[in-house]
Write a protein that binds this ligand. Structure first.
Ligand code: M6R
Length: 608
């Protein structure tokens, strides 16, 4: 949830770390801070609020330094205060620590250290770490030994970076269930929570593994794995995406940019994979497990938030096309369930960031079951991408806005390809669907071209307090995803419901002040959805609908209609998503909200 950057090298680390924090701000934006070590002097700058606020102070007051680390926070333990912002320091102000994750036994450690005479100034769990290092440093020969000893006492999930004013040449880092990547430069090394803070400086990276402790100087990265109890040879990999993908260009914010990347996202997700001309689907990432996939008797999908809704669309696709039973679980629930598993069950994790703690925990839960673990992941080299046996990358490029948009488009596209692949070409929709995937980018563009119309409709509904989203069949997950988008960026209470459930309760809420967003595109169940719309209208509920171009009847039924191009029922959720994303976006924009960084949220949820 928080963002970490560390620099050691010949250049001005202050600027590099501040820029890196800006790139990572999407991970948390309650407060930010940096620590600089110059000779044996240290300085800390911390502020509540955005990185830009801290940047001003740093510009005015901070000197250049060659060892710098910084942090952008999403509060877990303790309120949003300067005191609780990172870096946290030991009592002597000689050891500084930034941390992402949760130290579960911090209260116990704090009590133990208090008994030893230490005092604590913040409410954070993190503050125990620099003091614990300090405690061990009094007994052990080196900072590295003290750092390792402290990590040995800590329980939870973390990425931690520590520096000492007595060691102005070294960054110490550790990870457990929380990402850290080292950018390997020439006479410099940069450490960060994800590559977006690094890629401007180098494309060579080392992804730290669980239990790794790294000692980083400007010329060297040495890694010791605490679990294996030995030094390991760090593997240097090359980043494969361009910096421009992470930049805003002419767009006012990342969310709009990423919504408008839908056509390119579909193209990239299908490129070389959905080959309509040859009548095949080729998923390179699954080649190594093809034999196991032949014997699959059930697929269990685990994911959170938007990725979970993509999974629900996948359930319809895989069951219909491949005839394989699918269950979709919220990862946060799945990890605590006693779920019967056979060897031929496949666990499929879906995640944009590849770092979601609950999804990682779901994968870990089945580690010893001997089941195949697959992933649909966007962030290349992320934890989930690395811990699964095989998988398909989304290749959607960095997604920076907290609200997930293009990642959903990529995930559903890939789930369609997986369903087609598992169907072995036997389903009657195999060829039409393959062809439709090729036509879809142009249809997505048509929806985007109607953005101004959607904006007008959205503005009309911007002041309502509540919203119901309804749909049937695979438009039901579209309704839930539409509701999530609206609540997360515009703070409007919204619920996604199966249209057929209306009479079982939700209809009671409907009156002139409670609008409904109906997903009513052409399908076998359209008439039934239209009956639900009639029932809502009969109770004076305003209705906006998404309908298929050419459907004139729906115009008489609803107050407002967003038309999308005709497509197969199976590919409709992709177009639904673009329309609901734009609808939510324009409501949030009309309310003057920060669409990229909605309150209380962060992009990657790396704590439970
Ligand atoms: O990175 P992931 O796909 O694993 O993230 C899952 C959810 O946290 C994420 O989709 C979240 O719900 C988004 N903010 C929704 O827009």
């Amino acid at each position: 949830m928080c963002g970490i950057v560390g620099y050691i090298g010949n250049k001005s680390g202050t600027d590099i770390v501040m820029k890196g924090l800006e790139a990572l701000e999407y991970r948390g934006y309650d407060s930010a801070g940096i620590a600089l070590i110059n000779g044996d002097k240290s300085q800390v700058f911390k502020q509540v609020g955005r990185v830009s606020g801290l940047a001003k102070e740093v510009d005015e007051k901070a000197p250049e330094a060659h060892l710098v680390m910084g942090h952008t926070r999403w509060a877990t333990h303790g309120g949003v205060t300067v005191q609780n912002a990172h870096p946290q320091a030991n009592n002597d102000q000689t050891i500084f620590v930034v941390h992402n994750g949760i130290i579960e036994n911090f209260a116990e450690i704090r009590a133990k250290l208090k008994a030893e005479g230490y005092h604590f100034d913040s409410q954070t769990d993190t503050e125990v770490v620099p003091n614990l290092i300090d405690f061990y440093l009094k007994q052990l020969p080196s900072f590295e030994d003290a750092f390792k000893a402290a990590l040995g006492d800590v329980r939870g999930a973390y990425s931690i970076v520590a520096v000492s004013s007595k060691e102005p040449e070294t960054l110490y880092a550790a990870r457990l269930s929380s990402p850290l990547v080292v950018g390997v430069g020439d006479g410099e090394n940069i450490l960060a929570s994800d590559p977006s803070a690094i890629m401007e400086h180098t494309k060579k990276v080392i992804y730290l593994e669980d239990y790794d402790v790294a000692v980083i100087t400007k010329d060297k990265v040495s890694v010791h794995n605490l679990k294996e109890g030995k030094q390991t040879e760090p593997k240097v990999e090359l980043l494969d995406f361009e910096n421009e993908q992470a930049l805003l260009g002419d767009y006012p914010n990342f969310m709009l940019k990423e919504i408008f990347e839908a056509p390119a996202t579909i193209k990239t997700a299908t490129l070389g994979r959905a080959r309509a001309d040859q009548g095949i689907v080729k998923l390179g990432g699954l080649e190594s497990v093809l034999r196991q996939l032949k014997h699959v008797d059930r697929i269990v999908i685990v994911a959170c938030g938007t990725s979970y809704y993509a999974g629900l669309v996948g359930e319809y696709l895989i069951e219909e096309l491949a005839g394989v039973p699918v269950e979709v679980h919220l990862a946060s629930e799945f990890k605590y369930r006693d779920e019967p598993f056979s060897r031929s069950t496949v666990l499929l994790a879906i995640s944009q960031s590849g770092e979601t703690a609950d999804t990682i925990a779901a994968l870990k839960k089945v580690e010893d079951y001997g089941v195949l673990r697959l992933g649909i992941v966007n962030a290349v080299g992320s934890t989930i991408a690395r811990m699964t046996d095989a998988g398909v990358y989304c290749h959607a490029g960095p997604e920076k806005a907290v609200a997930s948009t293009k990642a959903f488009i990529a995930q559903v596209t890939i789930l369609t390809e997986i369903a087609l692949h598992l169907s072995d070409g036997k389903h009657k929709l195999f060829k039409p669907l393959l062809k439709e995937l090729g036509d879809l980018p142009a249809k997505a563009q048509v929806v985007l071209d109607s953005a101004e119309d959607i904006k007008k409709i959205a503005e009309k509904y911007a002041d309502y307090r509540d919203f119901l989203f309804i749909g049937r069949n695979n438009a039901y997950p579209s309704a839930m995803e539409g509701a999530l988008k609206l609540k997360e960026i515009s703070y409007v209470h919204a619920e996604g419901y199966a249209a057929g459930e209306m009479k079982h309760g939700p209809l009671a809420m409907i009156d002139a002040n409670f609008p409904t967003f109906a997903i009513a595109t052409n399908s076998q169940l359209l008439e039934k959805t239209c009956s639900n719309i009639q029932e809502i209208k009969a109770r004076k509920g305003p209705v906006v609908a998404i309908a298929t171009q050419g459907n004139k009847t729906i115009k008489d039924l609803c107050d407002d209609v967003i038309y999308i191009p005709a497509t197969l029922e199976e590919t409709q959720p992709i177009l639904h998503a673009i329309a609901t994303q734009l609808f939510a976006y324009y409501i949030a924009q009309h309310k003057g909200l920060d669409v990229d960084r909605p309150r209380n949220l962060a992009k990657s949820v790396t704590v439970e």
